[in-house]
Design a protein. Structure first.
Length: 477
């Protein structure tokens, strides 16, 4: 614990939905829900206007539509979200060399390490300046928490939402935490919270009153000791700038169960190729190929195969995934498939051979192993698992949010999915408001403009084509 509140936690407000509202003027102040639009899709993020109807992250999309039938339901646009995230993270790194991203929209910053703050006044000034800079550069709002520890900084940013700043003065932690729900503390999920509730413990203050020995008896030594320390506001974890990546994976949930074995094999091959693209994009290779299959009855099977050396060869990953699939019974249907690579390294087996050959010949250029690549990487790092976007408590390492369920982005664009970017030869940039029965409806507007007009075209109109997202702030064409 520090004697000054120089650990900052930034959490962008309803990030995906806020980006959509900023880029689509007609949706500002409206209920916006971002996620998978198919029958089995889930909510990635809901705007604050939608949350008033009870919509929240990880909710089935069908339930969200029942709660908020008049909301705008859009596919995620991860290309744009990453661009905005990169801009925000760059601002954080100007404050300090110690920045620990938790997801696209959330990070810890050690202000003291960068000389940006040394006491409460300078920490508050740095936080307010950061919020203003983010607003100017992106048009979005972020909530900031400042405290002497990571846990308390995160609690503070949550209490500050939306678009606020809360500083917890060292020495006031226990007073602040006491009336809060036990679910406020990291690691206290629904199961632990219910277990504590049955014991008559619902607030952090009641945890302290119960005492460490009683908590150890209730939930075990490791968890009980940790809970007691957190209830006292004690947390000495440092801000860690980099975390080793541990896995790269992709998965798709299908709107209708797959029964055709040939189709299932084809989907696994496609997922393997996408996984390798992300693997290369992150500059890694891996030794262990993992196949995930969720069947019609929600039972989930995971199979893995470890290779002799790390690889980023798509053919090798495809073949390994196909072998793993042969050992899985898909009778009855498959609702989800996933392919991942673990045991990551920053070289491939071919690199080692090339280096050995170069050394034996007394010099020359080392061969390339094919690890270079471009594009985003869905890399899981640290000890945490992947959580839902903007609600990934306990997730460590910078991560992307999940891909939209179903087809990849290119296919979604061809289907004119709601929310995707388009450009018309005559009317300019816009976005798909909806499509069906051979028609696509487009609203022509862009960031900074007034709400635009709606026009309808044939889905095969030669003047209408998919487009890249426009920047949220600045001159747009």
């Amino acid at each position: 614990m520090r004697s000054a509140p120089t650990i900052l936690h930034l959490d962008m407000d309803a990030f995906y939905a806020s980006v959509e509202q900023a880029s689509k003027p007609s949706l500002r102040g409206k209920a916006v829900i971002v996620g998978g639009l198919g029958p089995r899709g889930v909510v990635a993020t809901a705007s604050y206007e939608a949350r008033r109807f009870g919509v929240h992250s990880a909710m089935p999309m069908g339930q969200a539509r029942r709660l908020c039938p008049n909301g705008a339901y859009l596919i995620p646009r991860f290309t744009l979200y990453r661009q905005v995230s990169d801009l925000v993270m760059a601002m954080l790194r100007e404050l300090s060399p110690l920045v620990e991203p938790l997801s696209l929209d959330e990070a810890f910053v050690d202000l003291e390490a960068g000389g940006a703050a040394h006491d409460s006044a300078s920490a508050r000034a740095a936080g307010e300046r950061l919020r203003a800079d983010i607003r100017a550069a992106t048009g979005l709002s972020g909530s900031v928490g400042l405290a002497g520890s990571k846990m308390l900084a995160k609690v503070a940013s949550e209490e500050a939402k939306p678009a606020g700043l809360l500083l917890i003065e060292p020495g006031t932690e226990r007073e602040l935490l006491a009336p809060m729900s036990v679910r406020t503390l990291p690691g206290v999920g629904p199961a632990t919270g219910e277990h504590l509730r049955r014991a008559g413990i619902t607030t952090v203050g009641e945890l302290v009153e119960a005492g460490e020995d009683e908590l150890v008896r209730m939930v075990g030594r490791a968890h009980g000791t940790g809970l007691y320390r957190m209830a006292l506001g004690l947390d000495d974890r440092p801000v860690v700038a980099e975390r080793d990546a541990k896995s790269v994976s992709v998965e798709d949930t299908f709107d209708v169960d797959l029964h055709d074995r040939v189709r299932i094999r084809g989907e696994v091959q496609r997922l393997a190729d996408r996984c390798v693209q992300r693997l290369r994009g992150s500059g890694h290779s891996g030794r262990t190929i993992v196949l995930k299959v969720r069947r019609y009855d929600f039972s989930t099977l995971t199979r893995s195969e470890t290779l002799r050396g790390p690889t980023d060869d798509p053919a090798v990953v495809r073949e390994a995934a196909a072998r793993l699939l042969e050992a899985v019974d898909t009778t009855g249907g498959v609702r989800l498939l996933g392919v991942g690579v673990t045991g990551l390294a920053d070289y491939t087996q071919e690199d080692l051979f090339a280096q050995s050959s170069a050394a034996g010949s007394g010099g020359g250029d080392a061969g390339t192993g094919g690890t270079a690549g471009t594009g985003g990487a869905a890399v899981t790092g640290g000890a945490g698992g992947q959580g839902g976007p903007e609600a990934a408590d306990g997730v460590s390492g910078a991560q992307e949010g999940p891909e939209p369920p179903g087809a990849p982005q290119e296919a979604a664009e061809r289907r004119w999915a709601a929310g995707s970017d388009v450009r018309h030869a005559l009317y300019g940039p816009g976005w798909v408001q909806g499509s069906g029965v051979g028609r696509v409806t487009v609203r022509f507007e862009q960031p900074g403009s007034e709400p635009g007009r709606v026009r309808t075209f044939r889905v095969d109109d030669p003047d209408l084509e998919p487009s890249d997202p426009l920047p949220l702030v600045g001159d747009v064409a």
